[in-house]
Design a protein around this ligand. Structure first.
Ligand code: ATP
Length: 318
């Protein structure tokens, strides 16, 4: 019977992580567990930065972006001897279960810890939406809203000057932020890992739009093409007065949306329920709006959904 549960956030921070922590801590206390937070992810584990917390520990942080229990990358965690230190630190506190909120790298750490005797449950925490075992990752909805708000604003200034503005969006390996924002803002062109740059098609599209529109919005997922080169290319091959913008770290922060908070609390709560039943080595997801879990090793091998239906929607609306 698990009595003490730890929780940490790992990898890139994402809005809603605090809500997941809050949900887990409350559920843990209601189910009679002692709850602990680890400050700074796996780094905090091996540095004994582990603290027992009361039920209301994260209540004030529900509306805060970032993670109040911090995150830090620790590449050395891939080494077994480093992980042994983590297990030792947890055992010294009597903690035998851990909730890990993070991306697929963090899941690898959770999987490895489980095989060393610490029951772990992973929660998908990343703005990129790149965890295939969940339709939705903690942070995605808020980041998407941030991107949409920014593109709407950029559209207003572009409209006033008849400009084409190419905006770089985060999420290089997973196109979801760019694709969803492209649909929500009626963008004119998107370039993602699933829809690589087709120069001829881009120029044809932008030239057609020049005849009927006051602005053109191109969304470029990061690392898919050099932004400056692309801007120069569009300038040279269309009549558009062409500019560019990088949204950058603004996409990471911000007040979590209501849906983000609800889903994150739901996942945090479910993680504790699983551990209470003695289930570990799994990760939690929301699939078809149902809370669910599956083995971490299985989740890591799943193929990402390419959202071909949404690509088609974008093709209609653009
Ligand atoms: P994001 O998607 O935001 O980058 P992530 O969880 O994938 O999140 P990573 O930097 O890949 O981010 O991993 C976070 C931490 O997980 C690493 O700093 C490391 O401590 C641990 N980790 C990553 N890969 C492994 C692995 N193969 N084995 C054990 N631990 C790992």
């Amino acid at each position: 019977m698990i009595k003490k549960i730890g929780i940490l956030t790992s990898g890139g921070d994402a809005p809603g992580m605090n809500a997941a922590v809050c949900g887990a801590i409350h559920a843990g206390h209601k189910l009679g567990k002692e709850m602990y937070v680890v400050i700074g992810g796996y780094y905090g584990l091996i540095h004994n930065d582990i603290h027992k917390v009361e039920a209301n520990f994260a209540d004030h942080a529900l509306n805060l972006g970032g993670t109040i229990i911090k995150t830090k990358r620790l590449p050395e965690f891939k080494e077994e001897n480093v992980r042994k230190e983590a297990v030792k630190a947890l055992k010294a506190e009597g903690i035998d279960a851990l909730i890990v909120v993070g991306g697929d790298g963090s899941y690898m750490g959770a999987k490895a810890l489980t095989s060393m005797g610490i029951n772990c449950v992973g929660l998908p925490g990343t703005i990129d939406n790149d965890i295939a075992s969940s339709d939705y990752t903690i942070g995605f909805d808020t980041a998407l809203n941030t991107v949409v708000e920014a593109i709407d604003k950029i559209r207003e200034t572009a409209d006033s000057h008849k400009r084409c503005i190419i905006t770089e969006v985060m999420g290089n390996r997973c196109p979801d932020l760019t694709l969803y924002a492209g649909i929500a803002t009626n963008a004119d062109y998107i370039i993602t890992v699933d829809k690589p740059l087709d120069k001829e098609d881009l120029i044809k599209t932008l030239n057609e739009k020049y005849e009927t529109q006051d602005s053109a919005m191109v969304l470029l997922a990061e690392k898919q093409y050099n932004l400056e080169e692309l801007t120069k290319f569009v300038k040279e091959n269309t009549k558009w007065d062409t500019r560019n913008d990088i949204l950058g770290y603004i996409q990471r922060g911000g007040t979590p949306t209501a849906m983000e908070r609800v889903n994150a609390i739901r996942m945090g709560t479910y993680a504790v329920e699983l551990l209470d039943k003695g289930i570990g080595g799994v990760c939690v997801g929301i699939v078809n709006n149902k809370i669910t879990h599956r083995e971490i090793f299985e989740a890591l091998s799943l193929e990402r959904d390419k959202h071909e239906d949404l690509m088609q929607v974008f093709e209609y609306i653009k």
